[in-house]
Unconditional design. Structure first.
Length: 135
């Protein structure tokens, strides 16, 4: 049987991409699949405790219509809450990239409690196994 682990590498910190990733994590967890989320660069920056609820904007390809849709959806469940739900539902780990932390000057104390550990790239791929990995 193939490895069922679902792994996400997040490097963009825009609200639309973080929301999409959180929905995927909830869905995979609800299906009983282990989930690994690896935070790099601007996604990691968005998971700073003091920045989680900040407006992170949307990706440029969203355009005006996409930005408007995100603004209209702000009454919906925030992406950090969806990641928390995913962890409540199933086996979900959210880990910070050690190299990105060093680059951005982030310490473990700066991160939202939903982040479990600090991993290197090799550890991420070891944990991902042969399961599906998405960027």
């Amino acid at each position: 049987m193939a490895d069922e682990t679902f792994s996400l590498i997040l490097f963009s910190g825009t609200d639309d991409k973080l929301h999409a990733a959180s929905v995927l994590a909830v869905g995979a967890a609800a299906m009983g699949r282990p989930v690994n989320v690896f935070l790099q660069y601007w996604a990691l920056d968005a998971f700073r405790e003091d920045r989680v609820h900040k407006d992170h904007g949307v990706s440029p390809e969203a355009g005006e219509d996409g930005a408007r849709a995100v603004i209209e959806q702000q009454g919906a469940v925030h992406w950090i809450e969806l990641f928390e739900q995913a962890k409540d539902i199933g086996e979900v780990t959210i880990n910070a990239c050690a190299e990105s932390m060093e680059l951005l000057g982030i310490t473990a104390d700066d991160l939202h409690p939903v982040v479990d550990e600090v991993w290197g790239v090799a550890r991420f791929f070891m944990e991902a196994g042969d399961g599906a990995t998405f960027i």
